[in-house]
Write a protein of this length. Structure first.
Length: 288
């Protein structure tokens, strides 16, 4: 597996990390050719709990998801650790557990707990001093220098763009490997961020469909100066439409036949999840 820092450096333009939420979706992303995926806390809340992104997902639930994904795919895995689930001591435990489970990068944010989606209103922040301590604690807790610590600030929507930039400066000084200044509200704000930081640290852009940040392609964001682009909730949005249509058709017709042309064939499913390879492996170890 190529370390995330190397992937970012080697990628022409911006590295794209689609949001996933389990081994099945991570494997599909890998099959599509992605070298990095993003385990979204929001998508875990949506799919594992059927709930909004309001800080309901626990550290151990995320760790279990990391381990399950890592058992299936060997590509870079960025993990949304929300607030670190507590103070600096909790952050250190989170980093140790997530890294041991298979995280390539761990993202921490400066919201209070319980947090909420970065593109929702009503967020509140911890002090910059407390967040600096959390970042330092995270850096001290990691065992491998290849594990990246991503510092996210939600200050734009609470304190304004200038305050967000000042927080980002402090988080960079504290040891963050990547900066994630959440929810810039215009191209002008995006350019303010990249002009100040792009020569010093990789910058992450978050594309939330219908969110506060202007939509942009990876190429467009790379031209602005971003090196990493995540699409955290797009897959869950796509699944809602597809799954709802499937259930509506089955309820109406009492059979899946009218929907068959929109479904994978039985052999296609088995091929996708690796059945032929597993059967071959089982045969290799079978009693003779």
């Amino acid at each position: 597996m190529t370390p995330l820092a190397d992937l970012i450096q080697q990628t022409q333009g911006a590295l794209v990390a689609p949001g996933v939420y389990d081994p099945f979706t991570a494997n599909l992303a890998a099959q599509a050719g992605f070298e990095c995926v993003y385990l979204s806390g929001a998508s875990l809340a949506y799919t594992q709990l059927g709930r909004p992104d309001l800080g309901l997902v626990t550290m151990t639930e995320v760790a279990d998801s990391i381990a399950a994904i890592r058992d299936r795919v060997d590509i870079a895995l960025i993990v949304d650790a929300d607030t670190g689930y507590g103070n600096a001591l909790n952050v250190q435990r989170t980093v140790r557990v997530f890294e041991r489970s298979g995280a390539s990068a761990i993202q921490l944010e400066d919201q209070t707990f319980p947090k909420r989606c970065g593109h929702l209103s009503g967020k509140t922040l911890i002090t910059a001093d407390e967040m600096v301590g959390k970042i330092q604690a995270a850096c001290d807790a990691r065992r491998s220098d290849t594990t990246r610590i991503i510092a996210r600030t939600d200050a734009i929507g609470v304190e304004g763009i200038e305050a967000a930039m000042e927080r980002a400066e402090r988080y960079l000084d504290a040891g963050a490997d990547v900066l994630f200044i959440e929810a810039p509200q215009s191209r002008q704000q995006q350019l303010m961020i990249t002009e100040r930081f792009q020569q010093r640290v990789p910058l992450l852009a978050n594309m939330v469909e219908g969110g506060r940040t202007p939509a942009g392609s990876a190429d467009e964001l790379a031209d602005l100066g971003f090196k990493l682009v995540i699409f955290p909730g797009g897959l869950a949005r796509a699944v809602i439409r597809q799954a709802s249509a499937y259930f509506e058709s089955l309820k109406r017709h009492g059979t899946t036949e009218p929907f068959r042309d929109r479904m994978a064939a039985f052999d296609e499913l088995n091929e996708s999840i690796g059945l032929p390879e597993m059967l071959a492996t089982a045969e290799r170890y079978a009693a003779k």
